[in-house]
Design a protein around this ligand. Structure first.
Ligand code: FAD
Length: 414
């Protein structure tokens, strides 16, 4: 039996969430395989841009904050800087006057100029506790929520409970039935609320990852920290909902762009050596990548029920969309102010992934989505970010399940 609610693009029925819960195990396993393939594991990123908003001195000196980039020789030739520098960039007048950084009108984020930046093997950089915290981290979150929001007052309206009052619900979907204060804010337009949910959901997903691999100060080992999860996420039921919200949004985008992704060129070593056996391996790799991705698209088509048509309609729709885009682009620039390499990397991957999803949902009509008419719809980094971001959120939902089991065991031993 589905509960219906009238607010927002995915709250039309709680069944959408329930469906996600029922397929998430399969989705997560498939995505985990996919993000280990060469096409999806290498992400090109410029991690060392200046913070454009303030002087950032809070760089994290903790060993856990650093990352190692991949030597270019490990990267398939066609993705290297020399090859990428041949790619046509948009006309100068469409670029913003920031060094090595531009956007097209349709973009929801600033994309790194693909001739700069280095490759990172994402599989070698787990998103987890790094020790980055304090004023620098808070300033970044604050400016994402407040300075770049639509003057949101929602932050103050959110419910908060002390850890002692918290009970983790029996199923993930039970949490979605929790009433949310702040949901019924009069006069808040849908778009502003959606913006807030996306950011809060991202924040909650990052927190879930931190709490799952948290540093135990006594043993020096990394491991799950239930109290961390309860304090940061579970005591605010709406934050869990927003993890779902982002998952559905990303799935819907994958489903919409499905035909294009099914046709995409994943050939990782296309210009490589003439040795037959390598070409065969290369082809096998591509076939595997394509087949795994196809499974993800199948799931997305089944459950990606986000109704983007309810947004950006009516009076002022275009102004709102432009405002929304401008805010999101600022968020992608704020990522340059994150004072920890690993955190900045995942921040950039995920803001690019979410921005790509928004672009797919709100900027592309059916003609644009036709893979035969529009072969250069997305850059490689956008495709990689979209899939890896969906993997992050799907993983968070898996982690929530694990935390729930831990919570039950704590109850049994009391
Ligand atoms: P914070 O998480 O810093 O939150 C600050 C305040 O925001 C809270 O007091 C609360 O009022 C509000 N808030 C918290 N969560 C939400 C939510 N979901 N919705 C709405 N409001 C909320 N640290 C790591 O160890 N590993 C990482 O990989 C990592 N990645 C990061 C990526 C980015 C982009 C940023 C900005 C920070 C990252 N950090 C990372 C730091 C981490 O997010 C926290 O800032 C840090 O752990 C300190 O946590 P805190 O408990 O002080 O609260």
């Amino acid at each position: 039996l589905c509960q219906h609610s009238t607010v927002g693009p995915i709250e039309t029925t709680l069944c959408d969430y329930e469906t996600i819960e029922s397929v998430n195990g399969e989705l997560y396993n498939t995505l985990s395989e996919l993000v280990r393939t060469p096409f999806f594991k290498y992400f090109q990123v410029d991690l060392y841009r200046e913070c454009p908003y303030w002087q950032e001195n809070g760089f994290c000196m903790n060993r856990e904050c650093g990352i190692t980039t991949v030597d270019e020789s490990e990267i398939p030739e066609r993705w290297r800087a020399a090859a990428l520098s041949k790619i046509e960039l948009p006309p100068l007048e469409e670029r913003v006057p920031l060094p090595g950084c531009y956007y097209r009108d349709s973009d929801f984020c600033f994309l790194d100029d693909m001739t700069e930046g280095e490759y990172v093997d994402l599989t070698l950089v787990p998103e987890r506790y790094t020790g980055y915290s304090g004023p620098s981290a808070h300033r970044v979150w604050k400016s994402i929520y407040e300075e770049n929001c639509f003057g949101l007052s929602e932050l103050n309206l959110l419910t908060s409970r002390s850890p002692a009052q918290v009970t983790l619900p029996d199923t993930l979907t039970d949490v979605l039935r929790e009433p949310i204060k702040g949901e019924d804010v009069d006069g808040e337009c849908l778009e502003k609320r959606v913006y807030y949910k996306i950011i809060s959901g991202l924040h909650a997903s990052i927190s879930t990852h931190i709490c799952m691999e948290y540093l135990n100060q006594t043993t020096g080992e990394m491991g799950p920290n239930l109290e961390c999860f309860v304090t940061r996420v579970a005591s605010h039921p709406e934050r869990l909902q927003y993890i779902y919200f982002n998952t559905v949004l990303l799935l819907r985008a994958v489903s919409r762009i499905g035909p294009y992704l099914r046709d995409y060129d994943y050939c990782s070593l296309a210009t490589s050596t003439p040795h037959d056996h390598i070409l065969t391996e290369d082809l096998q790799e591509e076939v595997k990548t394509r087949a795994t991705l196809s499974e993800v698209i199948d799931i997305a088509e089944h459950v990606g029920k986000f109704d983007e048509r309810v947004l950006f309609r009516g009076e002022n729709a275009n102004i709102l969309k432009e405002e929304f885009k401008a805010h999101f682009r600022n968020v992608s620039r704020i990522m340059d102010c994150v004072g920890c390499d690993k955190c900045r990397l995942w921040g950039k991957v995920q803001t690019t992934g979410l921005a790509t999803a928004l672009k797919i949902l709100f900027e592309m009509d059916e003609t644009a989505l036709d893979p035969h008419k529009n072969q250069n719809l997305l850059q490689r980094s956008e495709v990689v970010a979209l899939v890896n971001t969906l993997h992050r959120f799907s993983e968070s939902l898996q982690f929530v399940e694990s935390f729930r089991d831990m919570w039950k065991k704590t109850g049994e031993s009391d």
